[in-house]
Design a protein around this ligand. Structure first.
Ligand code: F6P
Ligand code: MN
Length: 279
């Protein structure tokens, strides 16, 4: 049944990729539940995922970053809820940088412990998808077919530092930690799109992505159900780890569907550093 959902997400990704290639999208007058300005294409991408997922007999509900509430299907006894961010990083569209879609498949309840598969799509120079179940498999769309390029695995230590949030609002200990990585020779790689930034770390073998608590955003910016839990699941399946600084991401509770959390994703050594600095 999970494979039916994944196939549907693949089909939706192809449709969204085609839309992006001909995109003339402009901002709407609306904002989403997190207060982000919505582009027409955010809403269109959301409709594509919603319509195709709600048709599946195994999907009980969907939960989108672009919608205030959970949306239930006719299949009230179905097991799965799919939570997704239809177009992550869409504010980068005007500068023609890579963007993505992120999804998590939850069994029965919307909580971290019920996540059974997750992944993301990268809309870049080529179309890619990572799907994590037992392992995180990397696919690329080539010659009208999804080709499996193999499982992604993180090395114990990487070389990339992707620090999110506004520096002037960082805590002193966070600033010191980020600077210590640069002092060790880590390279700055940050586009401002969660999908390409976290994907790059996985592809290049390791590093640290951080979006900490800041003075102006004590709960960080990235949302648990649509962004943080799905990536935490992917990273763990690649041999990495994800934490909010003091607790494993995949053990956090969820009180509200649009709730955000500080988050750190990376390979073993970088996550040891985060633990030492934050615990
Ligand atoms: O969805 C929120 C988002 O656009 C992510 O894709 C990205 O990682 C983050 O915001 C970037 O935020 P900032 O510009 O504050 O670093
Ligand atoms: Mn997003």
């Amino acid at each position: 049944m999970i494979s039916v959902i994944i196939d549907t997400l693949r089909e939706s990704a192809l449709r969204i990729d085609a839309l992006l290639k001909h995109n003339t999208s402009s901002y709407l007058q609306s904002t989403n539940a997190s207060g982000d300005m919505q582009l027409e294409i955010d809403v269109e991408a959301d409709r594509i995922f919603q319509a195709s997922l709600l048709e599946l007999p195994c999907v009980k509900a969907i939960c989108s970053e672009e919608q205030e509430d959970i949306c239930y299907s006719q299949s009230t006894d179905a097991p799965y809820i799919v939570a997704y961010d239809p177009l992550d990083g869409s504010s980068l569209i005007d500068s023609n940088l890579s963007i993505g879609s992120i999804f998590g498949i939850y069994n029965g309840e919307l909580k971290a412990q019920s996540l059974i598969a997750s992944g993301y799509v990268v809309y870049g120079p080529c179309l890619e998808m990572v799907v994590a179940q037992e392992r995180a498999l990397h696919y690329r769309y080539i010659d009208e077919q999804w080709r499996n390029l193999g499982a992604l695995e993180l090395q114990a230590k990487g070389r990339i530092n992707a620090p999110g949030g506004t520096q002037k609002h960082w805590e002193a200990k966070h600033k010191t930690m980020i600077e210590s990585l640069f002092a060790q020779g880590y390279r700055l790689r940050y586009s401002g799109g969660m999908v390409p930034d976290l994907h790059q770390i996985l592809i290049k073998g390791g590093g640290l992505f951080s979006y900490p608590a800041t003075n102006d955003a004590p709960q960080g910016k990235l949302r648990k159900l649509f962004e943080v839990f799905p990536f935490a699941f992917v990273y763990e399946k690649c041999g990495g780890y994800a934490t909010n600084g003091v607790q494993r991401i995949l053990e956090l509770e969820v009180e509200h569907i649009h709730e955000s959390t500080p988050c750190f994703f990376g390979s073993y050594e970088e996550m040891e550093l985060v633990r030492r600095v934050y615990e």
